[in-house]
Design a protein around this ligand. Structure first.
Ligand code: PBG
Length: 323
């Protein structure tokens, strides 16, 4: 045999030298859950190790993460039912929970970058990412709300606004609203290929944001499709997106690779709540080694072509690096 691939796997030094994909802490974005009140920290039962925090406690958590080397955060607000309505009006109240938190975080941690969520679902009494009329999700009317929401977040200090709603034309509309108001420097991370997935369950528990009726299949993508992701990527790029995202990550590694090979923009992947929950549940049962599975999963997402990973494991990975 002249070719023996095992020669390159002989020792740790050699394996490390020929390793192709590497996971850096700076590749990771840590999603955080925000609730009203003070001195509140409640664990999300389907996401062991992940909590909803009131703003005072959230600032403490961010301080701990910054000390571990995490620099980018993606907060999501949990809005009480009585503040929700059909038009997600609370989403563009500058004194609301979310803009207030964005201002406070940027004031206390100017070096941190914030990726903020632009979507109606946490604020919608229908639990949808758009305005619902006779069971239909209205597209263009929803864009108006998204524009106001993105502007409110930019005014509060968001570095990157991230529309997670999958309405048509949202990137162009948000870019226009931001630019008209002097926020040319605020970037847009587009949830480009966001699939209608069963793995969002724990996130919807965390925020109480599940649809009250119907599903999200008229706006989120069919998981059987990948060419359609290229159409979304072309549009988001033409409309001014600065980053493209694939969500979820694990059942969509091929889509991550597809976008990586067809775009020059940074590609993000969202390792979502259900993907986190599966690892935690199996590890708690002693069925897998949770830490090893975490590193394997995150590395595989990098190998597939993601530059950036949004993951609930960010802090646990940072803690692992400290060991
Ligand atoms: C919707 C939104 C979703 C997530 C974040 N924003 C999906 C959904 O509820 O349809 C899911 C994130 C996760 O599961 O970790 N705007």
């Amino acid at each position: 045999m002249t070719r023996r691939p095992r020669r390159n796997r002989q020792t740790a030094a050699i394996r490390d030298m020929v390793q192709e994909a590497t996971l850096h802490l700076q590749d990771l974005i840590f999603p955080l859950f925000l609730i009203e009140g003070q001195n509140q920290k409640t664990e999300i039962s389907s996401m062991p190790g992940i909590y909803r925090y009131s703003l005072d406690m959230l600032l403490e958590e961010i301080a701990a993460c910054v000390a571990l080397g995490i620099k980018v955060f993606a907060p999501f607000p949990s809005i009480p039912e009585e503040k929700k309505d059909k038009y997600a009006t609370e989403s563009h109240n500058p004194e609301g929970l979310y803009p207030t938190a964005i201002r406070e975080i940027k004031k206390r941690f100017p070096e941190v970058a914030l990726v903020t969520d632009v979507a109606m679902d946490p604020y919608s009494s229908d639990g949808h990412d758009g305005i619902v009329e006779n069971g239909e999700i209205l597209n263009d009317e929803t864009l108006e709300v998204l524009g106001k929401m993105a502007l409110t977040q930019a005014q509060a200090g968001a570095d990157i606004v991230a529309p997670s709603d999958m309405m048509d034309g949202r990137i162009g509309h948000i870019r226009q609203v931001l630019d008209e108001n002097g926020f040319q420097k605020v970037a847009i991370m587009a949830y480009t290929a966001k699939y209608a997935s069963s793995f969002y369950g724990p996130f919807r528990d965390a925020l109480g944001s599940a649809p009250k009726a119907g599903d999200k299949k008229t706006y989120q993508m069919n998981y059987a499709n990948s060419r359609e992701a290229l159409i979304e990527a072309e549009l988001d790029t033409a409309e001014g997106a600065d980053y493209l995202m694939v969500k979820p990550a694990l059942s969509y590694l091929d889509v991550i690779r597809l976008l990586r090979d067809n775009s020059h923009l940074p590609i993000a992947a969202y390792n979502i709540s259900g993907e986190y929950a599966m690892v935690k549940a199996a590890a708690q049962n002693g069925w897998i080694d949770g830490e090893k599975a975490m590193i394997e999963i995150l590395t595989s997402i990098k190998r597939a072509g993601a530059d950036i990973i949004l993951t609930y494991f960010a802090k646990q990975y940072a803690e692992y690096l400290q060991k």
